[in-house]
Design a protein around this ligand. Sequence first.
Ligand code: SAM
Length: 157
Amino acid sequence: SANAPEVPYVPTPEPTVEGMLSLAGVKPGDVVYDLGSGDGRIVISAVRNHGASRAVGVDINPERVKEAQDNARRASVEDQVEFRQGDLFDADLSGATVVTLYLLPTVNERLKPKLLAELKPGTRIVSHGFDMGDWAPERQTQVDGRTVYLWVVPEPG
Ligand code: SAM
């Protein structure tokens, strides 16, 4: 959309992908959403390496979506993953149990109210590189010099 933020495509290195999904504690039963899913590596690893039941990627760039779908087929996980073309700010996040992010500080700040409004209590959010302003993370860790942050959506009130 005209208001879509301009976040460049920069893939998360594979060890950091594994660190993000481990910090989130992804396990069977989880439904993982990667907002701005690039080549699909986080979505694919969530299912293939961490046993997530399903994973969904949203990317505004149709070329990235096509590439991610090709990568999912190559990894034989196409039945458990879905890549949607669109603005992540328009995506319905209510089905997620884990959300992963590698965006920009300003985009995380803008996204915070949507995350808190749409995600179920207990949903885990992990971000590579960027924090969430005044929402202090529950944990943070370093993977290969990259910082990875974890938040857990609180009960309302
Ligand atoms: N999540 C992937 C990873 O960590 O490897 C890719 C991260 S890359 C830094 C950010 C991605 O977000 C790019 O693929 C870009 O096309 C996408 N993107 C940027 N703005 C977006 C928006 N408003 N809605 C959906 N995707 C967006």
